[in-house]
Structures are given as structure tokens and as C-alpha cells.
Design a protein. Structure first.
Length: 267
């Protein structure tokens, strides 16, 4: 039977409901025939069905990808292998040996309940020959609220990806926070504040942190307070200078001031 006839028969099924029962039997078999031949006719005959075919295939592919299984970490560095096997069990060991963390999963594994804080998400645009390209730039801080702190940035076309990328970058930038009690009013010797005064810079922003007595709390603006809490500092006085409404700069200044506690140099 030719395709033309099959089509006619299909038309009959739509139009003629009053057809004889014997006819309907043959129609059933005919329509089945047209289904099997559908793949041939798609490309040549009708654009509509051809497009549908493409969409179906694309949907199938998307459905295959959908159930995201838990990503199993396969280390790509020697340190990663050591951490995964349990030979290296703390970030302190890594820092004492001066090893470089090149996989963010290392930090995730060693500090399982690390927290993150989205400091800033902004839109960056660039002019291209096809219009503008819009991307999201985000700044994320991570910390375990007890002596580990990191800041990272990420730029991606989608906001979620930008935040994920910034979080991973922040995990790679993690540094130990030198906690202590440098307050002459307190002198308790526990790790509720910082051991001495410190100054950090980020952009035009300058932040000064001064040790405070126990029970003081974080005397700082909201962003700085959140960042210091993430780092594990509980009592501190602060002064800030410059355009402190620029969140990325504020975050960088806090990170720098924490780094300065170790006597590390800028950059
Ligand atoms: Zn104290």
C-alpha cells in the first residue's frame, strides 16, 4: 500500500465515524502501518512531524540526564587521593606541610559542615558583535565558624552556576583564622577573639579589627559581622574606611585582615 492510500485511510477514520465495522478493522491495521513508516515520511513529507521528532529526541536526552546521582569524587591530585583514603585527616596537616589544595572536594571532605554565605551577586555585561552577553558575578564566603575562612568569586551565565563556582573558589582559598584573646580588658586566653589588632584592604575599603573582651559581640556592620561569624570570631571591635557599600571589596578587606593576622603579606 502506498503512503497516499494510508493517508486517505487516516482521513477516513477522522471524518467517517459512520463507516461499517469491517472498514474500521482494516483501518486499524492501516494506521499501524503508517506508524511504522512514520520515520521515513518525517523528513520528506511534513516539516511539522519532523520537528516533533527532533523535540522528542531532545526530550529523551534531557530525561536521561535528569536524575543527578550523587557525584562521586575521583581525586585528580596526590593530596586528593591521600585525603579520600583517610591518610590526611585535617586541614592543619595540609597547611603545616605547605601543601597546595587544588581540589575543593578536599575541604568539603575534611570540613563536612562548612557553611557558605553569598556576599554579593551582580550582573556583568559585555558588548559583543551579536549584542550583549550577560553574566552573573558572585562573591561567596565559606567558613566553619571555628577557625577556617575563605572568599571566592565566580562568573557564569547562570546565577546558580556563578554561586556554585564562587563557593568552590572560596573553598580553594580557605585559610586558618588565628583566634585568641588579645583584649587587655579580658586576658582570658580562650579563642573568642583575635590575638592582636589587624588591618586589611580590599579595593578602596580598609577594615581595622581590634580584639574585644568576652561577651562584647561583633561591633561591625552587617556584612562584616556575618563574615567574621563565619570565620569563628565572636568578640571584636571594628573600624571601616572607604566605600563600604561595595560588598566584594568589604569581603576582600575582611579576608585580608584575617590573613594579616598571620603576618602574611598582601597579594
Ligand atoms: Zn578573652
Amino acid at each position: 500500500m502506498s503512503e497516499q492510500e494510508v493517508k486517505n485511510n487516516n482521513k477516513n477514520t477522522k471524518e467517517g465515524n459512520s463507516a461499517a465495522p469491517s472498514n474500521s478493522d482494516s483501518r486499524g491495521s492501516d494506521s499501524r502501518g503508517s506508524d511504522s513508516r512514520g520515520s521515513d515520511s518525517r523528513g520528506s513529507d511534513s516539516r511539522g512531524s519532523g520537528y516533533r521528532g527532533n523535540r522528542d529526541r531532545r526530550n529523551d536526552r534531557r530525561r536521561e540526564r535528569k536524575p543527578e546521582p550523587e557525584v562521586i569524587w575521583t581525586p585528580r591530585t596526590r593530596l586528593g587521593t591521600l585525603v579520600q583514603s583517610g591518610s590526611v585527616q585535617s586541614l592543619d596537616t595540609i597547611f603545616q606541610n605547605g601543601w597546595k589544595i587544588k581540589e575543593y572536594e578536599i575541604v568539603n571532605k575534611l570540613l563536612p559542615d562548612i557553611k557558605s554565605f553569598v556576599v554579593h551577586v551582580g550582573v556583568v555585561q559585555k558588548q559583543t558583535d551579536a549584542g550583549e552577553s550577560t553574566r552573573f558575578k558572585s562573591v561567596v564566603a565559606v567558613g566553619d565558624e571555628n577557625g577556617w575562612f575563605g572568599i571566592g568569586t565566580g562568573k557564569k551565565p547562570q546565577m546558580k552556576n556563578a554561586i556554585d563556582s564562587a563557593t568552590q573558589n572560596a573553598l580553594l582559598n580557605i585559610i586558618p583564622v588565628k583566634l585568641g584573646c588579645g583584649s587587655w580588658e579580658c586576658r582570658c586566653g580562650t579563642n573568642h577573639s583575635i590575638p592582636h589588632r589587624t588591618v586589611g584592604r580590599g579595593g578602596s575599603v580598609k577594615i581595622e579589627l581590634i580584639p574585644g573582651p568576652k561577651g562584647l559581640g561583633l561591633v561591625a556592620g552587617e556584612t562584616i559581622r556575618n563574615l567574621l561569624a563565619l570565620a569563628g570570631v565572636k568578640d571584636v571591635w571594628s573600624k571601616s574606611f572607604g566605600s563600604t557599600s561595595t560588598m566584594p571589596s568589604v569581603a576582600n578587606a575582611v579576608y585580608d585582615s584575617i590573613r594579616q593576622l598571620h603576618g602574611m603579606s598582601l597579594q
